[in-house]
Design a protein around this ligand. Structure first.
Ligand code: PLP
Length: 281
């Protein structure tokens, strides 16, 4: 992201371990940087690495507002961590961050508003409250206690977002182009897109993807290089046909390809590298 020219980067993650902390410090010298922490261990690592009181690292406290993933469980824990952050010479308490459970934005909002009050009662200002998630972005209100929003999937959308009511299948911009390599029975076709192309992350959906323009054609099974499509008996699919599959979760699919083609109909307008692909370590 920094190499691409972004100058203000929020890494909403607990960064641990010497190697990653050293890289974080190098990044802090290049861009305006902020991170999150939800434990003393994370704060201790950050505090030992960032020691320059003239150029503090902004650290937001991550809050579990219903997702059941990372995050402090109570407002009082947030206060304790905020104090710990401010006590470290090279860190500054930057506010609160959450990744709310899909469909539970109101609950997250109430949690954050309460925590902001508890912080204020303890003499801690909380200027930044960061929330995120595409499913509820359209429902977030202007009167919210949240000061910034981190949407990701919105850029393409996928079948999970359609299931959450964010848009229709036509709004899904990312598809995986694949070829019918076998059609062993009237109701079964096999694609050359398996878990290495579609990922096996269904986000709770019953199948792995859906074929554009072929009514009811779903990817019902996956092995690494094969996708099994279940069809109605009168399908017109033929071996060699090229089909576009809308995946369940576009974020993981993006990470599986070196390049993405921007298309208009069948015309490729531009091919872009997926520069951040695989940069997970
Ligand atoms: C911490 C965090 N923030 C923001 C996002 C973006 O969420 P979405 O892709 O639903 O827009 C994610 C997605 O995984 C996330 O984990």
């Amino acid at each position: 992201m920094a190499d691409a020219g972004l100058a203000d980067i929020f890494l909403p993650y607990n960064i641990l371990g010497r190697a990653k902390l050293e890289r974080l410090l190098a990044l802090h010298r290049r861009v305006i940087l902020s991170v999150t922490a939800d434990s003393l261990e994370t704060i201790e690592g950050l505090a030992a690495t960032f020691t320059d009181a003239g150029h503090r690292l902004s650290v937001l406290v991550e809050c579990d507002t219903g997702m059941g993933r990372c995050g402090v469980q109570t407002a009082n824990e947030a206060v304790a961590l905020a104090r710990q952050i401010d006590r470290a010479g090279g860190l500054a308490f930057g506010g609160l961050m959450t990744y709310p459970a899909a469909g539970r934005a109101a609950e997250a909002e109430a949690w954050l508003a309460g925590a902001k009050q508890t912080l204020a009662a303890s003499g801690l200002a909380c200027e930044r409250i960061s929330s995120g998630g595409t499913p509820d972005i359209w429902r977030s209100s202007k009167a919210s206690v949240v000061t910034e929003y981190r949407p990701g999937t919105y850029i393409y959308l996928d079948r999970y977002q359609v299931a959450k009511g964010v848009g229709s299948l036509d709004d899904c911009a990312l598809t995986v182009l694949s070829t019918v390599v076998s059609h062993p029975t009237a109701t079964r076709a096999i694609l050359d897109a398996g878990s290495k192309a579609l990922s096996s992350d269904t986000l709770g959906l019953a199948d792995f993807g859906e074929l554009l323009g072929i009514s009811g054609a779903r990817v019902t099974g996956l092995s690494e290089e094969h996708g099994t499509v279940t069809l109605s008996g009168d399908s017109k699919l033929r071996i060699g046909d090229r089909v576009r599959v809308v995946p369940d979760h576009c974020c993981v699919v993006t990470n599986l390809f070196d390049e993405v083609n921007l298309i208009d109909g069948d015309t490729v307008l531009e091919t872009l590298p997926v520069a951040a692909r695989g940069r997970t370590g």
